[in-house]
Design a protein around this ligand. Structure first.
Ligand SMILES: [Zn+2]
Ligand SMILES: [Zn+2]
Length: 592
């Protein structure tokens, strides 16, 4: 097949392998920066080839960062060349998802869908995991491929080779999609988007389908729609779907019930999820138990999660790896170190579940959170599986919480070696240095982050009010109710002063004046979102916020106090856990 011929393409450059290491006589970092700036200034293939030559001469091609930049510029620029990009790509020792995605995007840009698919296949063959940047260009490639026979042939190959047939086959459905609308094509279309993680599209399609008024969604479609609501954390839309279910179906099957439960639990409504769980009675299966166990864990009810696990065992259901992820994360969130270790052994010995990387992640998290950072490191060293970035990242955050510079540096080093290109890792390290008041190292880390082209993901907080999602960033002034929001913020601060609140400026990452730190803190996105909710929702109703990055400790303290002063329950989804603020306390017990 065609894909096999690609790896043997003749190289346009031959590089002696002994040039492999960097040249010791040049300052690597500085030269690397210069070269990358040069790459960015290229406006034609001629210029580009010269810069490429220079990089080869300096031995910098083996800096994977330099090579990624070269590749992306060559593949994606208007003046670029995919042939040339391919020759660069072929010389990379160990291309990762970023490079594969670049190639796929480049081919799609050139309307060369087939090569895009082959690159995708090759990516799978290499064992490089596709991510959410992989699929959008592939979707586009499907629509470009109008020749159905060729598309089918590709599918045939994918089938034969045993590659994730679902995603690919369903991709093509999008292509043939709406020529003849049937309930089956709607279902397939919605399912395809759900499989690709395109949750917003999924909800939009569902509402289009309903808008046409003549279709009645199948149960499997409703499961996809519920997953979309779950992933997006949009509780109101989830409730509407629940309403739709009640109007259109008589009695739900276990799969629908479990998805409903999952949606409520993961959108922050644990109570509703739990009551559905209880209603299920004898119908509860392994999956429903797993959903509730991990739900209780992420909502900070570790002990209850373990009780539900016991019930599951009593009912004779054999726990699988998913249930154990829930159990171990319950121990981790509740700080139950000894229990966690026991469960880990029980899982392997009694239930014969091989520890996966997720289980190991839970264990590292468990020890790290409890401040047993050395022990966590020992665990990592003894793992049978190669530690992945999640493991090192978990150790890094523990080092931030427990202020351990030495091991924090070690964890960060491992992450940077993996070339994960995650701004959060740099920020965590910065945070560790800032707490230790090591400003110089902090600023070096920030410079490194910027020079790697990584921007700090701006923290944002979203609230859903009347089925509309409002998103705020720090110091946001773009909202139509901006004046009211800042007025509310001002009132809130006034009230907080009476409660003895003073801003915790220790985690502001800049060496700036105290006053400026306070300024920055006071308009963090979460505070704006709370102010907005207090204005726009009725008294006593809960406030639900979804954040993209971890909240700072000042926002945590602030939200606790606001929950008593305004007598509101405030639920914040902070990446993967929920904080329930009520009467001045948080369900995470300040342990996150
Ligand atoms: Zn904050
Ligand atoms: Zn909390």
């Amino acid at each position: 097949m065609v894909v096999a011929s690609i790896p043997n393409q003749p190289h346009q450059f031959s590089i002696p392998k002994d040039n492999h290491g960097k040249n010791p006589e040049i300052d690597f970092g500085v030269k690397e920066q210069e070269c990358i700036s040069l790459v960015k200034t290229c406006r034609s293939m001629d210029e580009f080839k010269k810069v490429h030559g220079k990089i080869l001469k300096l031995g910098l091609f083996w800096s994977s960062f330099c090579a990624s930049n070269l590749l992306a510029t060559c593949a994606l620029s208007e003046w670029g060349s995919m042939d040339y990009a391919c020759s660069i790509f072929r010389q990379m020792d160990d291309p990762d998802s970023f490079e594969f995605n670049t190639m796929i995007r480049g081919y799609v840009k050139d309307m060369n869908s087939e090569e895009a698919f082959f690159t995708y296949l090759e990516m799978l063959e290499f064992g490089v995991e596709p991510d959410n940047f992989t699929y959008p260009p592939l979707l586009k490639a499907c629509s470009i491929l109008s020749a159905f026979a060729e598309g089918a042939q590709i599918h045939g190959q994918i089938y034969k080779m045993g590659f994730v047939e679902d995603v690919m086959v369903q991709n093509s459905l999008i292509n043939v999609r709406m020529d003849h609308k049937t309930i089956a094509s709607w279902s397939a279309l919605i399912a395809a988007h759900a499989n690709l993680g395109m949750w917003k599209e999924c909800l939009r399609l569902f509402s289009d389908m309903n808008w046409e008024g003549k279709w009645r969604a199948e149960e499997s479609t409703l499961v996809s729609v519920l997953s979309a609501c779950t992933r997006l954390g949009v509780l109101d839309s989830g409730r509407c779907t629940h309403g739709y279910l009640i109007r259109n179906l008589t009695g739900f099957n276990v799969a629908v019930q479990t998805s409903l439960m999952d949606m409520y639990v993961r959108s922050g409504s644990l109570d509703k999820g739990m009551s559905l769980f209880l209603e299920m009675g004898e119908k509860k299966n392994r999956k429903s138990y797993s959903v509730v166990i991990s739900g209780l864990a992420t909502h900070g009810h570790g002990e209850e999660a373990l009780k539900v696990f016991d019930e599951m065992l009593e009912r004779g259901l054999k726990p699988d790896d998913v249930a154990y992820v829930g159990v171990l994360s319950a121990c981790s969130h509740a700080g139950l170190v000894e229990e966690g270790k026991k469960y880990f052994d029980r899982m392997r010995i009694e239930h014969r579940v091989e520890p996966t990387i997720q289980h190991c992640g839970c264990m590292v998290d468990l020890m790290g959170r409890a401040g047993l950072i050395r022990e966590a490191l020992e665990f990592i060293k003894n793992m049978k599986i190669e530690p992945n970035e999640v493991i090192w990242r978990s150790l890094l955050s523990s080092c931030r919480v427990h202020q351990n510079v030495e091991l924090g540096e070690l964890a960060a080093e491992n992450l940077f070696k993996m070339n994960t290109r995650n701004a959060g890792d740099y920020l965590n390290l910065c945070n560790i240095y800032a707490q230790a008041r090591r400003w110089e190292e902090m600023s070096i880390t920030r410079v490194k982050m910027a020079s790697n082209g990584l921007g700090q993901e701006p923290g944002s907080s979203s609230v859903e009010v009347k089925r509309k999602v409002h998103k705020f960033v720090s110091s946001d002034t773009s909202h139509s109710q901006c004046d009211e929001i800042y007025e509310m913020l001002h009132q809130m601060e006034w009230q907080l002063k009476f409660e003895g609140y003073s801003a915790d400026t220790s985690q502001v990452l800049f060496d700036v004046s105290e006053e400026e730190k306070r300024q920055r803190l006071s308009s963090h996105s979460q505070k704006l979102a709370i102010a907005f909710s207090l204005i726009n929702t009725s008294e006593g109703s809960p406030v639900r916020i979804v954040r993209n990055v971890r909240m700072c400790s000042d926002c945590h303290t602030y939200t606790k106090l606001i929950s008593t002063i305004y007598e509101r329950e405030i639920i914040v989804r902070d990446r993967n856990i929920f904080h329930h603020f009520r009467d001045g306390n948080c369900s995470c017990k300040d342990y996150w």
